[in-house]
Design a protein around this ligand. Structure first.
Ligand code: AMP
Length: 598
């Protein structure tokens, strides 16, 4: 029931007192966005005034925007690499941040093939927690009675390593799930998960997924929302059910846990829950053995009101498949965040995916916006960019996000391109347009054009002894399979038809490409099972010329035509597939281990 209208919010009537406070906080922050930003910048600069980084640019303890903007350069990760490396090697002096760097968060964005290391400080956990605490109060405005059941969320931790200097390096969500903030979170009827902490925190991805699915099946009538962080993660869970429902049904029927679950704390916690339930086992078998899996989510979890998954950006490619499995349930994209900083939330989470706008919360960091000009090659020292403040962005325009964080990133280019859709009070709202320089992505992997080029070059070495070369190539993220996989189209020049490269060599070329791709890709292949084997599709000679003819017939200029290194327009993919000569898949897993190469 909604609370007293005296504490009603402009966003709508809050569901409870706690929600009222959260909504009021959003109102305050967004009404005073500019003042909050000014204060945040002053706080950050005061806190870090004695750092080596700010001293280098002679900020002289100034905390105002003008000094900051005139003295500090706009930078990328590569610019900070020396400082990051020193911190990683154990230098504990105040290089970027006055507060000690508590750990590194490993971004899915890479630099020289390895995950970027984002320094963070303890207090950032509170800031992340604060943003999380705003999500349900907003959701409760749109979906009633979420306190009457549970959320089935597939959440996972990933492997962590230590830097040479002994700091932990792990993904931001692993850091969050392992924190006391998460593990000892107070009971909140609006935020009850089917998955016990033991299952979420189990480092073995099979055991974690298996037990989370088992709990979800056990609580099937109580489940009101089903989710994962990204759409690809939820589809992986559905695929897991396809592959494991028979064993899961045995466990449900007998009340005995699969022997493959070996983690003692997980076994102990599951033993408390698992009781023989032949009726549920019969139901699961009946539904999962049907030929069609259309609507499986709502068949198994009939009270699901929405899917809680990000389907913006690269994840939009999964919308049709999610619709198929869920009978078109609403898909709520609730927040926009990164390892560097959590940015903001969607104040209208039940909107269509194409309309999702994230409101950046001005208290999270100091935000600037670099006007994005798609065809400009960047900027030089002589023509520094004019960055715009949060409240000054213009509706309809695109910008690259630049952040200054409490942990010591200063005027750091995140690489995300955002389009302004409107304002909530004085805080702008943004469509996530895309991440710069990403050609291919299946899960959290991001492969750029240069990485693909190197991979093709490395793989094509294997063709030399067959007097064969790759004359043209392009790529496609095939998400028709679960997990999805990279498809690389090759047009070959075979000089000696009698000695053309056989299937096993082309398979080795697939593997060579995978070996060349960055560590996030290889982790997805090896540890997370979130990416399927890479495929090379050899197409007939002349296919790429046809591709050019097609582009020109649609208005491309002959002089400026460049072979697209990634295709996703269906007629082009169809054209390529219609010229297929042979298809080859990577025969084994590429090399990956959690240790960084550098
Ligand atoms: P990571 O640094 O690995 O945590 O990845 C953060 C990046 O994921 C962001 O910079 C975005 O490119 C992307 N991302 C995060 N949240 C969203 C979202 N809601 N919609 C689209 N892309 C997102």
């Amino acid at each position: 029931m909604a609370v007293d209208s005296a504490i009603s919010s402009p966003l709508g009537p809050p569901a409870c007192e706690k929600d009222a406070k959260a909504l009021q906080f959003i109102e305050e922050m967004t009404r005073n966005a500019d003042a909050v930003q000014e204060r945040v910048l002053a706080d950050i600069l005061t806190q870090n005034s004695r750092t080596e980084y700010l001293a280098r640019f002679k900020l002289n303890a100034a905390t105002d925007r003008q000094s900051f903007k005139s003295k500090l350069p706009v930078i990328t990760y590569e610019d900070l690499q020396p400082e990051i490396q020193r911190i990683a090697n154990g230098d504990r002096s105040a290089i970027l941040s006055a507060h000690p760097i508590s750990e590194f968060l490993t971004s899915s964005g890479t630099s020289a093939g390895e995950r970027k290391l984002m320094p963070t400080i303890k207090e950032e956990l509170d800031r992340r927690q604060l943003l999380y605490s705003l999500l349900m109060p907003v959701m409760n405005l749109y979906v009633p009675d979420l306190d009457k059941g549970k959320g089935l969320y597939f959440l996972f931790v990933k492997s962590e390593t230590r830097t040479p200097g002994g700091l932990l390096a792990r993904p931001v969500l692993t850091s969050y799930y392992k924190s006391e903030h998460f593990k000892t979170r107070p009971y909140d009827p609006y935020n009850v998960y089917t998955s016990p902490n033991e299952a979420i925190l189990c480092p073995d991805s099979f055991q974690s997924m298996y037990t989370q699915m088992l709990c979800g099946l056990h609580d099937r009538h109580q489940v009101l929302r089903v989710g994962a962080v990204f759409a690809s993660g939820l589809l992986r869970a559905i695929r897991f059910l396809q592959l494991n429902w028979e064993q899961l049904s045995v466990d449900i029927e007998t009340g005995d846990l699969n022997q493959k679950i070996t983690d003692p704390s997980l076994r102990e916690c599951m033993a408390k829950m698992l009781k023989p339930n032949p009726e549920l086992a019969r139901f699961v078998r009946q539904e999962c053995s049907k030929e069609s899996w259309e609507g499986i989510i709502t068949r198994i979890w009939p009270n699901t009101k929405y899917l809680d998954v990000i389907v913006t950006g690269a994840m939009a490619q999964y919308i049709p498949t999610l619709d198929y499995y869920s009978g078109g349930l609403p898909k709520a994209c609730t927040m926009y965040a990164s390892s560097e900083c959590y940015f903001g939330l969607n104040l209208n989470p039940m909107c269509k995916p194409s309309e999702v706008s994230y409101t950046i919360m001005p208290n999270m960091a100091y935000f600037e916006f670099l006007p994005h000009e798609p065809n400009s090659s960047g900027f030089t020292r002589d023509s520094p960019p004019k960055l715009v403040d949060l409240v000054d962005v213009e509706v309809g325009k695109e910008y690259e996000l630049v952040i200054t964080t409490y942990a010591g990133l200063c005027r750091y280019r995140v690489g995300d391109i955002l389009r302004v859709t409107g304002f909530h009070n004085s805080a702008p709202q943004f469509n996530f347009v895309r991440r710069k320089n990403v050609l291919l992505s299946i899960d959290s992997d991001k492969t750029d054009e240069a990485e693909l080029q190197t991979a093709v070059e490395n793989a094509s070495q294997l063709l030399r002894e067959f007097n064969t070369s790759v004359v043209e190539y392009t790529s496609y993220a095939d998400t028709n399979t679960i997990p999805g996989h990279y498809v690389i189209y090759w047009e070959l020049l075979v000089k000696d038809a009698a000695n053309s490269p056989p299937d096993d060599v082309l398979k080795q070329c697939c593997l060579a490409m995978e070996q060349s791709l960055n560590s996030v890709y290889r982790q997805g292949r090896v540890a997370d099972n979130s990416i399927g084997p890479l495929e090379i599709r050899v197409v007939k000679n002349g296919t790429f010329e046809e591709l050019m003819d097609y582009a020109i017939s649609r208005g491309a200029s002959i002089n400026q035509y460049k072979v697209p290194r990634c295709v996703n327009f269906t007629p082009i993919v169809e054209l390529l597939d219609s010229r297929l000569v042979s298809a080859h898949f990577s025969p084994s897993l590429p090399h990956w281990n959690p240790e960084r190469r550098r």
